[in-house]
Design a protein around this ligand. Structure first.
Ligand code: B12
Length: 206
């Protein structure tokens, strides 16, 4: 693990932010910094699973990541080029994890996608409403970190189908340790392991 990942895993907020600033000044790729932060977050999750960390520590880690996000995201830049497509994005019902979703939104924006960000704990009907309000959206992104919310993803895909919109959109899912079996279970089209994968998939579908 790199220095940033280690500092995040140890919740050393001040050291971490100083290190991020230093690496940015040295010209390190912002995406590499996010990648390390994600590794650090996995470690935080493992410490939580093993009983070493508590929910308060998860919250702390989340807050540190958001501060990094604020420093790094503006550097991704937004090209002034024409928008390449529209994506409706949200964290599914019952799940309030938004750090990964926000990163996906940031990278999609940087890649000139227009993103309708519905936030967290988004009910299936809200996705359907957003698709009706944005008939030009061709991609839906569902973020979900809790295994207990896989059903909410499935319900969301079903609601989109019931509204007669399933053949108008492609649905990508992501968050934590999803795999193809979850895609199959939820009835989605593809999963992505990180925000860059989300951009690649969305481009592929345009
Ligand atoms: C921070 C954190 C929290 C914070 C979240 C703060 C916030 N504002 O988001 C808080 C404290 C709120 C929290 C709460 C809980 N959490 Co929590 N949390 C985490 C932790 C440590 C990090 C998550 C994170 O931000 N990672 C960093 C981001 C960048 O990574 P990411 O989310 O995976 O996203 C990337 C990719 O997955 C992908 N991606 C994400 N979304 C999408 C979407 C698409 C379409 C695509 C293509 C890609 C994609 O791109 C992103 C960027 O590269 C994880 C550990 C882990 N291993 O993930 C646990 C973890 C997810 N939490 C867990 C649990 C259990 C909980 C709680 C139930 C704890 C409790 N007892 O209350 C609650 C649930 C609250 C709720 N209803 O949602 C478990 C889930 C276990 C499980 N099997 O479901 C984990 C795995 C920890 C663990 N190992 O036990 N948590």
């Amino acid at each position: 693990m790199g220095a940033i990942a280690q500092m995040l895993a140890r919740l050393e907020d001040e050291n971490l932010l100083a290190e991020v600033r230093k690496q940015l000044d040295e010209g390190v790729d912002p995406l590499a910094i996010f990648k390390e932060c994600q590794e650090g977050m996995v470690e935080v999750g493992d410490k939580f699973s093993s009983g070493e960390y508590f929910v308060s520590d998860l919250m702390m880690a989340g807050s540190i990541f958001k501060q990094v996000n604020e420093m790094v995201t503006p550097l991704l830049g937004e090209e002034k080029a024409e928008k390449v497509g529209k994506v409706v994005m949200g964290t599914v019902k019952g799940d309030i994890h938004d750090i990964g979703k926000d990163l996906v939104v940031a990278l999609l924006n940087a890649a000139n996608f227009e993103v309708v960000d519905l936030g967290v704990d988004v009910k299936p009907e809200a996705f359907v409403e957003a698709l009706k309000a944005n008939p030009d959206a061709k991609v839906v992104g569902l973020s979900c970190l809790l295994t207990t919310c896989y059903d909410a993803m499935k319900e969301t895909v079903e609601a989109i189908a019931e509204a007669g919109l399933r053949d108008k959109v492609k649905i990508m899912i992501g968050g934590g340790s999803l795999d193809q079996s979850v895609v199959d279970y939820a009835g989605a089209d593809k999963f992505g392991m990180d925000a860059q994968a989300a951009v690649t998939i969305a481009k592929e579908w345009m």
